[in-house]
Design a protein around this ligand. Structure first.
Ligand SMILES: [Mg+2]
Length: 389
């Protein structure tokens, strides 16, 4: 086994000797006990082992030493080895020194001189165990992150490509900020039978479960529109609702995961837009003046038996813009009173910005969100889509 290092630093050789003796008796099978007689020598020792690729797991340092004090040494050591466990030996340590070390080096413990062997061994043993646990956690975390990053690529591949979107809507913007890399919010669009169908959906949950659900939602939209040739938004929702019931049928879950969805069918031949919403609204701005907001039905698509969705229709007028969005934007906490952004403010923003270009609108949506959120954490996936018909 490749042994790891415990480093002891003290200016008194007698103390170093007894530290080394006590620790060797207990840890010599798995650890090399190294000693240094000053902070400077301690730092050199750390450098030496880092170059050799060896791990210094625990540093035990005296506090009172000529030239470099124990807390000063540990602060430097912490910079080089942030994960290493640091223990301060305090004969007559000033409180300030200990506080300094605790604050700046993530000090694991301090032991007062004279120490009891049992106490020392126990402290070092738990320090080593903590070091290993941290290391495992960090490596697991890294693996999970890498796996989610890969999933993100898959999710992005499933979303409509920017080229396809631009082909259908030369003027559009998409503001999509997943909370946890992958997203339960997604958008979908397709040209079929001379109609353009666009959907924005928010699946229950976010992160990995939300993203899984979004792939189901994507497939169900494909099936309803491309395979079954359903071109009426309320019927697409109904079809998806039934399909989700089938998804959960084999699963005796007490609650069904589903999604909220806004669907819009743009029919330029008939000169009309039809819309249906499962808990998701639409905003339509026409002629830069007329502002329409339709809430959508208070029904998700989660397999409920008796869901009937309502179809709403609008004429396409010159300069018609439509906006579809999930609830993440309006639910974000922030502002000076730490409250939700609220849907009415999002509608006001849409109304205000709709006379600008789509590029400018994206900037406004983004800036407003970031200004509102400030240093608050993002609580949900965020998706706002605006298109000029
Ligand atoms: Mg949401």
């Amino acid at each position: 086994m490749d042994k790891k290092i415990i480093l002891c630093v003290d200016d008194e050789p007698i103390i170093l000797n007894s530290l080394k003796q006590e620790l060797s008796q207990y840890f010599s099978d798995s650890m090399i006990i190294e000693v240094a007689e000053s902070g400077e020598e301690g730092l050199e020792t750390i450098d030496f082992f880092r170059e050799k690729g060896k791990e210094v797991v625990v540093i035990i340092s005296d506090y009172i030493m000529p030239q470099m004090r124990g807390d000063e040494f540990l602060i430097e050591a912490h910079r080089l080895l942030p994960n290493c466990m640091k223990i301060l030996l305090t004969g007559q340590a000033s409180l300030e020194g200990v506080t300094n070390a605790v604050n700046q080096t993530n000090l694991y413990r301090y032991i007062s001189k004279p120490w009891s062997t049992k106490d020392l061994l126990m402290t070092v043993e738990t320090a080593i165990a903590n070091y290993e646990k941290d290391k495992t956690l960090k490596s697991q975390n890294k693996q999970i992150q890498a796996s989610i990053r890969y999933a993100e690529r898959i999710q992005n591949a499933v979303l409509p490509s920017p080229n396809y979107l631009s082909e259908l809507f030369p003027n559009h913007f998409v503001f999509h900020i997943p909370k946890d890399i992958v997203s339960g919010d997604f958008y979908w669009c397709r040209e079929e039978n001379n109609k353009i169908i666009i959907a924005v959906a928010d699946c229950t949950g976010h992160g990995v479960p939300g993203a899984f659900m979004s792939l189901i939602g994507h497939q169900l939209l494909n099936r309803a529109v491309i395979d079954k040739k359903i071109y009426s938004p309320e019927k697409i929702l109904d079809n998806i609702n039934q399909a989700i019931r089938d998804v959960w049928n084999g699963e005796r879950a007490r609650f069904h995961e589903g999604m909220e969805m806004a669907i819009c069918v743009i029919d330029k031949e008939e000169n009309k837009i039809s819309f249906a919403g499962a808990r998701r609204p639409i905003c339509v701005v026409q002629n830069n003046t007329k502002f329409n907001h339709v809430k959508g039905d208070r029904l998700g698509t989660d397999g409920k038996e008796d869901a009937v969705y309502t179809k709403h229709e609008f004429e396409i007028e010159p300069n018609t813009q439509i906006y579809l969005y999930s609830d993440g934007y309006q639910d974000q906490f922030g502002g000076k009173d730490d409250r939700r952004f609220m849907s009415k403010n999002l509608r006001a923003l849409i109304r205000k910005m709709s006379e600008n270009t789509m590029k400018e609108q994206l900037e406004q949506v983004e800036t407003t969100f970031n200004d509102w959120k400030g240093s608050h954490v993002q609580i949900d996936d965020v998706l706002v889509v605006g298109v000029k018909v």
